[in-house]
Ligand binder design. Structure first.
Ligand SMILES: [Zn+2]
Length: 173
């Protein structure tokens, strides 16, 4: 009898200290899940259009071990702006999800085609400026579909909605 009381008391204490708290929910993005305290590199897939090939948006998610806000950082909206793209690369080794509170979504290059073809401010397929194309359209031009994938598509919607979002850009001219 006394042993049962002690067990119940111990259980109560464990619950009070959070030792039995639910583990943090995984973060869903692009059809994949990132466990708490983990990092995942993935590509958001952009399907081919009528006149342009399929493309992808390389993203890294750091899902912190404990709850907190979601920060989205986007580099390479203008594919030739390589300083913020390099800054995003440098961040990769500096965020430790095991010690992070909250979640960081790092879009490493938003406009891969422009980056690979070194086109300064527009997408080479439709000559549109991604920076002026948000929130985009799922059935639009290549640039509109990239914008949609970044802001409107289910991949970046709840529970992945960002509390804060920054575009990493450059200040030349
Ligand atoms: Zn720019």
């Amino acid at each position: 009898m006394r042993a049962h009381t002690m067990t119940a008391l111990a259980a109560g204490l464990l619950m009070a200290t959070g030792a039995w708290a639910q583990p943090r929910e995984a973060f869903a993005i692009g059809g994949q899940r990132v466990a708490a305290g983990e990092r995942l590199d993935l590509d958001l897939q952009i399907p081919a259009g009528t006149s342009d090939p399929a493309t992808r948006i390389p993203v890294t998610v750091f899902h912190g071990a404990s709850d907190g806000p979601v920060l989205a950082l986007t580099a390479g909206v203008h594919g030739y702006e390589f300083p913020p793209i390099l800054a995003a690369q440098a961040l990769l080794d500096r965020i430790d999800p095991a010690r992070l509170r909250g979640t960081v979504i790092l879009v490493r290059i938003a406009n891969v085609e422009a980056f690979e073809q070194r086109v300064p401010y527009v997408n080479p397929f439709d000559r549109q400026n991604l920076n002026r194309s948000f929130p985009g359209r799922s059935d639009g031009t290549p640039t509109e579909r990239i914008a949609w994938a970044l802001t409107g598509a289910p991949a970046l919607r709840r529970p992945a909605n960002a509390s804060v979002s920054f575009e990493l850009s450059h200040a030349a001219r």
